[in-house]
Design a protein around this ligand. Sequence first.
Ligand code: FAD
Length: 466
Amino acid sequence: MTHILVIGAGIVGSFASMILAREGHRVTVLDRDQVGAVAPQSRQGVKQYGQTHILMPGGARILDRETPHAVRRILDAGGRSHDMLAGVWAAGTVGPRRPGDEQYETYAARRPVLEAALQGAAANTDGVTLRAGSRVRALLTGEPRVHGRPHVTGVVTDDGTRIEADLVVDASGRRTELPAMLERLGAVPQELREETGFRYYSRFFRADGRGLPVSRYWPLTHHDSVSVITAPGDGDHWSVTLVTSGRDQALRPLSDPDVWDAVLALYPEAAHWGDGVPDGDVRVMAGTGTTHRRWVSDGEPAVTGLVAIGDAHMTLNPQFGMGMTAGLGQAQTLRDVVRRTGLGDPADLVLALDADLEEQFWPIWLDGDTWNRHRLAEIDAEIRGESYSTDDPAWALRTALDTAVTLDADVVRGYGLVASQLASAEEALIKPGLVQRVVELSTGRPRYASGAPDRARLLQTVGRPA
Ligand SMILES: Cc1cc2nc3c(=O)[nH]c(=O)nc-3n(C[C@H](O)[C@H](O)[C@H](O)COP(=O)(O)OP(=O)(O)OC[C@H]3O[C@@H](n4cnc5c(N)ncnc54)[C@H](O)[C@@H]3O)c2cc1C
């Protein structure tokens, strides 16, 4: 029986282990942390563990199809079905929910709950062995399969245990240590990075007598210098995140809970999400630049015997909440490629996986990278007191869509499909006349929702008048 070693029992590694074991492989999953416990505080290996997370409906549908037993665990642990467009139907401006709109439903649960459910399901899957507290510190190599390129045959953990495998899967997240290990062996990835990133100021809440907050039209909205994320959780929990540019020093006082509360109260659509019992202070996360890594060069594998999925393959802008769903999709792609090519020709496997990942996920990364650059430039302009302009039609369409989204039933559903990761922008907006309608609806309307603070008001509120 073939042996696959998955490094990292996060969302993606745990899921990958289950669907690979179902193919008849023996799968060992290693994680450097103790896993399986629902502890909403930080974890050494996963910097963003205590941050707001939403599983997009696209990811929920993957779990429904592939691992319904993991879904049952999410629901048993207090996860709730949540309609991402509930706020739109409740507002009544684009008509009622229709049959078919159930596709916009997801499972609302805090990240530790989702992760514990997937780890628990993996640990109970025939053919999967989960070893917690095992950090990979070196790679084992064998006879090269491609001239001059290392061939990985296993790993060494920090207690010196050697584990051999037919394939090593790097699912060890955005701070994966494997690229450095591989580079020491002479394997150089093709790597793209956007370094600045955004800064996340999150607070978690539990319901008091006022119950759960009413949904907004979408959990993410953009405003002058700040984006706001409102994320429903399991049981009576939820979280709210204020996102700034990583370069925006003036808004750093948002790490103070009183300042954070005062700023949230400025956003009419989101202020009521602060009406609960805060669970701890403001959690700040920075250094969220994005990375895209390919282990091929000059049409040949840079390494064989090892592939990467999830954040170890590419990280997306966290504010769109797409990372987990993209990683689940990449695990499916790996499973499909392994099914097709087998493990007998390691070079073929690396090239086939690279081609499929590029086709399916590179456009998502590139689209996100384009958005990030524009948004950071937009905030830079706002810091200078200017308004941002660019000739890029992609940015014009994205901002027009933000403006038009709540004004038309077809537009909101198209927007929902893309943002839920149920369809690509091309697939969702292909309906005749839809792009035209977005442009018409947004023309003459302000860039940001009315009533939200401008930068001067924000600076006043954080105690740094302009
Ligand atoms: C602020 C923030 C907010 C986000 N919000 C969302 C959201 O709302 N929705 C969404 O879908 N995504 C979100 N994301 C992205 C999401 O967190 C990631 O895409 C997702 O966690 C990737 O899962 P993964 O399994 O690839 O990696 P991880 O979840 O990082 O798991 C990696 C695992 O590998 C282990 N590990 C690391 N190194 C080693 C080693 N050497 N040996 C053994 N084990 C090791 C770690 O302990 C960890 O358990 C957010 C990210 C950030 C930064």
